[in-house]
Design a protein around this ligand. Sequence first.
Ligand SMILES: Nc1ncnc2c1ncn2[C@@H]1O[C@H](COP(=O)(O)OP(=O)(O)OP(=O)(O)O)[C@@H](O)[C@H]1O
Ligand SMILES: [Mg+2]
Length: 471
Amino acid sequence: MSDALSTQHEEGRPTPIPEGPGPTGDEITVLVVDDEPSNQTSLAKIFQREGMRVFTADGARSALEVARKHKVQVVLTDLMMPGTNGVELMRALKEVSPDTETVLMTAYGTVETAVQAMRDGAYDFVEKPLKRMTIVKSVRKAAERQSLVAENRSLKQELKLLTTREIVGQSPALRRVLDVATQAAPSSATVLILGESGTGKELLARYIHGKSSRADGPFVAVNCAAIPESILEAELFGHERGAFTGAVSKREGRFARARGGTLFLDEIGELSPAVQVKILRVLQEGEYEPVGGHTVRADARIVAATNKDLVAEVEAGRFREDLYYRLNVIAITAPPLRARREDIPLLVDHFLGIYCKKNGRARLTVPPEVLQKLSDYPWPGNVRELENVIERAAVLCRNEGLALSDLPDAVAQAAAAPPAAVQFPIGTPLEEVERRLIRDTLAHTAGDKSLAAQLLGISTRTIYRKLGETE
Ligand SMILES: Nc1ncnc2c1ncn2[C@@H]1O[C@H](COP(=O)(O)OP(=O)(O)OP(=O)(O)O)[C@@H](O)[C@H]1O
Ligand SMILES: [Mg+2]
């Protein structure tokens, strides 16, 4: 018995040869496995007449080959075939194509085996002599189940992608940040997360919440810049019925919803002076008043974030100094991606994993010259920009490996990054080495002292001291 694929067309055999891409729309895909060519042909005809896409195979090996290459919803297989049987095929199929459903064709006297096969996961069995209506009905129902199971699986996967976001990176700069975050998490201290746009501030806030004793409570995020000033107060603190025109019923605010959990105040640098006063009061007294209501005790841990330079905002008189100090109990600066280029390959790999899966395609490879460009580009939009670039490439790429043409022009044309190393002649006094290293690091962080301190693993105060400056 030859095990050749019958889809490899042979002279005089009217076996259908499905070509081209996978099934589209509602077309059902069925694979008929029977060692008898005439059975294959007649079954194929039946399903084709039903508008289904049909593959045929004459044994387990060729059937598995088809299932590896094409999306097969249902396998209709003979139970007894020379050298193999339908149950073994079904088990092997689970490895190659876990969602595929199996319907067995059984001859008289093998029903017991078929019943056992159903316990092992077959969808159905049909008895010979076959009746057209019966097999069509069974295959249709099996296909329906396959679609439901596959859809369920992909929805679950998508949900997982949305909810579990790990922090990827091994660089010393990121590790230091995670160390501080891990240490700060269990306390109820207010945390202020600083950093450029797209550096992962929200991700860090969720990380802190997840590692805190309030992890089972809610994580409530408020984007202070996105909510119009006129309604921000009511949104944060809630309001009583009739507190203002349109307040037709009492409404809980975000502080109340974050009870027992964490309130993430994002874009805190955008708060109006009026709301700044109210938040200061919660931080100082641990209580607030809903609009038109009575004093309530707050029970939310506050994590705030901004991409603004809050010290400059304080100096310019736009942000209350007392609030700044209240928020700044523990400050964490998310380092820009260009200050931790060693994380780029890991992040590229991480996002390729996510977006290739999302687009239902095999994992793309990244040739060295492409990875080099991705590493050289300065990433002004940080991790978010990198994520977008990889998502776009995972959609556009037509080959198995990423090409420079799959990247936006700015990335594909990135010039090599300047070397990060600083060299000193032997005999340079240690103090001088320290001073120069600090100055170069400050140049690298565009004068951001708190980031430079993090990169160097020292306190901001030490930076001032070593440079002989006063704070
Ligand atoms: N270290 C990281 N590992 C994996 N994903 C990351 C990392 N940092 C950021 N991301 C991803 O990058 C995107 C941007 O992150 P996030 O929203 O936390 O940044 P942000 O600093 O809050 O940005 P913005 O200031 O613009 O609000 C998100 O999709 C996030 O999951
Ligand atoms: Mg954010």
